[in-house]
Write a protein that binds this ligand. Sequence first.
Ligand code: THU
Length: 142
Amino acid sequence: MEADDLIKIATNAMQKAYSPYSECKVGAALLTKSGIVFEGCNVENASFGVTCCAERVAIFKAISEGETEFDAIAVAGGKNGVVADAFVPCGVCRQVMAEFCGPEFAVFVAKKDGYVKTTLGELLPLAFTSENLTDEGDNYER
Ligand code: THU
């Protein structure tokens, strides 16, 4: 599975967004190490804080289906379903990614034309993870 394919799947998933409040449509395509792709879209709520981002929807769908190991995620988003430049994952989604993925986890973010590639390590350096709850310390170099 190439980055371009994942971006296409994320861009299609955007159109399923339930986002009457922000009118931003976001889609995500999460690639498991076993080669399965889970899609997600943002799901808003009249009680705004209840909203769930596309990335977390995709991750939670995968976890609930027994998949816990991931290689990459692609994200596409923009107002009214038109892909904007670099609609990057929010901080909450980065933290959820860090629960299941290491710093090398690839994050492809759609642009109007193409995409940018980054990693979870770049998006969330010095992440707080389960390692920090043990005496052994963390899994990131300082
Ligand atoms: N949103 C996502 O789905 N993913 C992100 O990483 C950023 C924000 C959604 C949440 C909300 O429905 C809308 O975009 C505007 O914040």
